[in-house]
Each structure stands twice: as structure tokens, then as C-alpha cells.
Ligand binder design. Structure first.
Ligand code: PLP
Length: 285
């Protein structure tokens, strides 16, 4: 079936979808985005994703191109038009089209909204059972990583370094030797005494929607969560490690830079949280 894209108010065949050469997103990375996972034909955690999109837009002074309710309807329509069962929806909003100049255009321009849908099989059970490997890279990003901005060059380079080494993800390390997050995921460890640790929200990390869901389970189950920065050295000594994102859910990490974490197998905390996430997804139907 042909893929359909949404471009500034129109549904178009994916192969024909185009944006203007002077779209400020293209020339200046002047835009923000969201990735919403789709499972069994349903978008997951749409509310929190749209909330985060609203915040990103407001932080960079781009106006909502349409109401959140209208955007929600377009997402549903994109799922139907693309017959999407499992996959993701990518939403991008840029400041719009104007003659290239760093400063905002003087005259009011319309933000540009593009949406694509992609089929993506759920993470296979064998990947979960084996766990994934991560490498570390210096965190070269800007100081507002809480904004989900389209300028992703440092993330691209870090992820490519991971791919080149056969790893799933790159965990980014700040100037103090502390892990911020992954190139496109949040990072977590479980210490020897069973405390779950992840970096607190702030400008150094993205407020992951999956992170928020995991945090909510832990609050309900009285799981021991401490939000504080942790070093690479501490991660290497951890009992378990895992990562979270909309498309990966919760994935056990079994090695960092080639060093096995714990016994080198997915741990019970990560697997338990993944099972809980899957249960919540099933119950929300
Ligand atoms: N951190 C970064 C830098 C990301 O790009 C992402 C997702 O794209 C995440 C964390 C995870 O966020 P979410 O759980 O909302 O997918």
C-alpha cells in the first residue's frame, strides 16, 4: 500500500511529498518534532507527546499551526490512511518559509507542519532476551536538550559511532564524567543495593515520555527510584542498566563500552519494568 504523508494541510503520496527549499527547518534547523509510537493501530501516550510538543514550541516561540485536537485527528487519519499497525508517527513543526536570515522573519509566517508514518515491527523477543549493548560518547550537544529540536547533528554522530561498533545506542557523557542520556533514549542503572537511578529532568536531557511512564509505575509500586546524575564508573559497577524510549519501550542494557553490566544478562528490574509497560499498553486499549 502506498504511504501517505501530511504536508501543510494536505495528505499526499509519500513519494511526492516536498517542502520548500527555504523552510527554516531545512536551512537553520529552526523547528521541533515528536515521535509517537503506534502499537496495534493505536498511538501510545499521545497526551504527553502533544504536551511536550507544546512546550518545545513555546520555548522556541513557534506558534501551534493548528489546535491540539485537530492535530490529534490528523494523527488518527494518518494511522488509517497508512494502515499502520505497528510503527511510528513523526511530527515536525518548523518556523516556516522565509528568506534565509538567522533572526525570526519580520513579517508573520505560517509554521510548517509535516507528518510521516512508518511501519516498524515491535522489538523482537529475542532482542529483549539478549539485551542490547551501548557505547559511550562525549555529550557534544547544546545546553537546551529539554527542547525536542530538529538540530540533531551531535546525536547523529553519536548514534553512528554506536552503529559502527555494532552497538544499539550511544550513552552521552558530560564534562564531569556523568551520563546524561542516550542519543535517542533515556539512560537508567540499578545499583548493587537495588536503587534505580536516572538523571533528573533539566536542560541536559529530554523529558522522555517513556521515562515518565516508568517513573509513574515506580511511584505506584514503591520502587526505589533516585533521580540524580550518575557517572560512567558507577554505571560500569551497576547491577543492571536499561534504556527507555517511545519505540524501544524499556530495553535491558547488557554491556557498556564492551564491559558486561552485572552478570552480562538482562536483569529482573529492566525485564519487570518492560513487562509492566507492555501490560499498561494492553490495558489502555
Ligand atoms: N532522549 C533523547 C535525546 C531522545 O531523542 C528521546 C526520544 O527520541 C528520548 C530521550 C526518549 O524519549 P521518549 O521516551 O519520549 O521517546
Amino acid at each position: 500500500m502506498a504511504r501517505i504523508a501530511y504536508v501543510n494541510g494536505r495528505y499526499q503520496p509519500f513519494a511526492d511529498a516536498q517542502v520548500h527549499i527555504e523552510d527554516r527547518g531545512y536551512q537553520l534547523a529552526d523547528g521541533v518534532y515528536e515521535v509517537v509510537a503506534v502499537h496495534q493501530g493505536r498511538p501510545l501516550d499521545v497526551g504527553p507527546h502533544l504536551e511536550r510538543l507544546k512546550r518545545s514550541l513555546s520555548e522556541v516561540a513557534i506558534a501551534w499551526p493548528l489546535t491540539p485536537t485537530a492535530l490529534r485527528l490528523i494523527l488518527d487519519r494518518m494511522i488509517r490512511k497508512n494502515r499502520l499497525v505497528n510503527g511510528l508517527i513523526y511530527i515536525q513543526i518548523t518556523r516556516g518559509v522565509a528568506r534565509r536570515d538567522h533572526a525570526f522573519p519580520k513579517r508573520r509566517i505560517k509554521p510548517a507542519l509535516t507528518i510521516t508514518a512508518r511501519h516498524l515491527a515491535p522489538t523482537p523477543d529475542w532482542v529483549v532476551a539478549k539485551g542490547v549493548r551501548v557505547i559511550t560518547q562525549p555529550d557534544l550537544r547544546w545546553k537546551r536538550c529539554d527542547i525536542k529540536a530538529v538540530g540533531l547533528l551531535p546525536n547523529v554522530l553519536a548514534k553512528q559511532a554506536a552503529r559502527a561498533q555494532g552497538a544499539f545506542e550511544a550513552w552521552l557523557v558530560d564534562e564531569n564524567g556523568r551520563i546524561t542520556e542516550g542519543a535517542s533514549t533515556n539512560a537508567w542503572i540499578v545499583t548493587k543495593n537495588g536503587t534505580i537511578v536516572t538523571r533528573p529532568l533539566g536542560p541536559e536531557i529530554l523529558a522522555g515520555v517513556t521515562r515518565r511512564a516508568v517513573r509513574a509505575f515506580l511511584a505506584k509500586s514503591q520502587g526505589k527510584l533516585v533521580e540524580r546524575p550518575f557517572t560512567l564508573a558507577e554505571a560500569l559497577q551497576a547491577k543492571e542498566a536499561f534504556l527507555t524510549s517511545a519505540t524501544s519501550w524499556v530495553l535491558p542494557v547488557v554491556s557498556i563500552d564492551g564491559h558486561p553490566i552485572g552478570n552480562g544478562q538482562p536483569g529482573p528490574v529492566a525485564l519487570g519494568l518492560r513487562a509492566q509497560y507492555a501490560k499498561e499498553v494492553a490495558q489502555s486499549r
